[in-house]
Design a protein around this ligand. Structure first.
Ligand SMILES: Cc1cc2nc3c(=O)[nH]c(=O)nc-3n(C[C@H](O)[C@H](O)[C@H](O)COP(=O)(O)OP(=O)(O)OC[C@H]3O[C@@H](n4cnc5c(N)ncnc54)[C@H](O)[C@@H]3O)c2cc1C
Length: 442
């Protein structure tokens, strides 16, 4: 498997992701870049960040925009995530945001989180089947009594300080109203989160971008990014090149080690895996008392996330191998299946139909960053596995920066370097060991 921590380049022959989402819809194809072009803005990477940046630029009249993608459009995280549209990004709680950024900036960030959800919601509304949007609700599940107390306090904190109403459910309320979960100690529900089919969302962004005149090039890995002799930049692929005044690096957790970008040594690509079961039978749904399609995630340091899909399969995700080389070890999908069976009653016979993994990006300070360098390279990255809503907002905001607007985002700052960057994976391995102990203690 491609491993951005190790591989110097990302080639264009990567396999199509064998995800459940690929079985639900087809995607348009595009030609590779095979000549020299000149554009105003070139965007590397066609996930939610890159596509939304292109859409917003075109909507503001900057139509001379090209998006260059190493594989098929949206091939990275955006086509293969779990489809949780979350009210937030990064890994910090609201209290931690206040501690780090101050109350006013945390409030501004809260507004941006809400705007991000509204943005995705408005785009989902344009799709005929609404990208299979679920009922509203993002459920955060306490995995210990201690965490239920923390969640309850955080619900009060959000209501008092951010005017953000979050519902609280005791263990028995949760089990009777949502699902008879065997490991839950209570939950809170963010009313504006929801689930979607992420590939259908990619297709919608692709449609919007092409209708607005953006040029998309697939299967065109960028192998070098050069400062141009005159002004601007040169993006070089195997078969072509683009000269552009401004460049957006929207490669996120898939950025290859050898690509000369401002992200080098500043993100940690982390693998997360998902299994999707066969559809549950009526008896199984009843045994587990599965009454809800709302998206759910637990409070563990090493989180599990899950949802009932429209055709009554369960999608169940969590941490995976540290390296791409180890990712095919069946123990990772088995761990997810074991956890699923321990979590829900009556699913002993359930089997896996789909399994896949993907690279999320984690910044050293555990929060996303958007930034413009002195030489007009723009980037947004570091969503830490919560980027379906926020990457769309960040892509939009990059477009605003490109047309010369200011940003109010507290996340506008240069990505910090990882100290001892070559040893990031040792740090990750130690963090996993710490997480296992912390999660066991509760
Ligand atoms: C299994 C999984 C489950 C997830 N679940 C959720 C979820 O439920 N909710 C949530 O909020 N977030 C989730 N995420 C994270 C979320 O999907 C991402 O934060 C989001 O999609 C990031 O979008 P992006 O456009 O920034 O990056 P990506 O979608 O990763 O796009 C980057 C693109 O850049 C391309 N690229 C890289 N290098 C080059 C190059 N040299 N030349 C050209 N192109 C290049 C890649 O091929 C890729 O398509 C999940 C991620 C994974 C992997």
């Amino acid at each position: 498997m491609y491993d951005p921590f190790v591989d110097k380049t990302l080639n264009s022959q990567q396999p199509v992701v064998d995800s459940y989402w690929q079985s639900t819809t087809s995607s348009p194809s595009f030609s590779p870049l095979d000549s020299s072009k000149q554009v105003d803005v070139a965007i590397i990477g066609s996930g939610y960040t890159g596509l939304n940046c292109a859409i917003n630029l075109a909507q503001q009249g900057v139509t001379d925009v090209a998006v260059v993608e190493a594989n098929s459009i949206g091939w990275g995280c955006s086509s293969r995530n779990a489809g949780f549209v979350l009210p937030g990004s990064g890994r910090l709680s609201y209290q931690q945001l206040v501690d780090r950024f101050g109350q006013d900036n945390a409030k501004e960030l809260h507004t941006q989180y809400m705007d991000a959800i509204d943005l995705v919601q408005s785009r989902v509304e344009l799709i005929s089947d609404k990208a299979d949007k679920t009922e509203n609700g993002y459920l955060k599940l306490a995995h210990s009594p201690n965490w239920f107390s923390k969640l309850s306090k955080s619900a009060d904190y959000l209501a008092n300080n951010f005017d953000y109403e979050v519902e609280t459910f005791s263990k028995s309320e949760f089990q009777s109203q949502f699902v008879d979960h065997q490991k839950v100690y209570g939950a809170i529900r963010y009313k504006n989160g929801f689930g979607i089919n992420p590939l259908k969302l990619v297709n919608q962004y692709t449609k919007m971008a092409t209708e607005l005149g953006v040029k998309l090039y697939s299967h065109s890995p960028v192998i070098d990014l050069e400062q141009s002799q005159n002004k601007g930049h040169k993006i070089i692929t195997n078969q072509g090149e683009i000269t552009a005044n401004k460049v957006v690096v929207a490669t996120n957790g898939y950025t290859p080690k050898g690509l000369n970008t401002p992200l080098a040594n500043k993100i940690l690509p982390v693998l997360t895996s998902v299994i999707v079961t066969r559809p549950l039978t009526v008896e199984e749904l009843k045994a587990a008392n599965f009454l809800s399609h709302q998206v759910m995630m637990d409070t563990r340091e090493l989180k599990y996330y899950y949802r009932l899909l429209p055709d009554n399969r369960i999608l169940f995700g969590g941490r995976s191998a540290i390296s791409g080389k180890a990712a095919s070890n069946p123990k990772y999908q088995q761990r997810l299946l074991n956890e699923l069976k321990e979590t829900f009653i009556g699913l002993e016979k359930v089997s896996i139909d789909y399994v896949w993994s993907g690279w999320i990006s984690v910044a050293f300070d555990e929060m996303p960053h958007l930034f413009k360098t002195e030489n007009d390279i723009y980037y947004a990255t570091g969503y830490c596995g919560s980027g379906v809503s926020f990457s769309a907002w960040a892509g939009n905001e990059l477009a605003n920066l490109i047309v010369g607007k200011n940003t109010r985002s507290p996340l506008y700052s240069e990505l910090p370097k990882f100290p001892f960057a070559p040893f990031r994976r040792i740090g990750q391995s130690l963090f996993y060991q710490y997480g296992r102990i912390k999660d066991a203690i509760g």
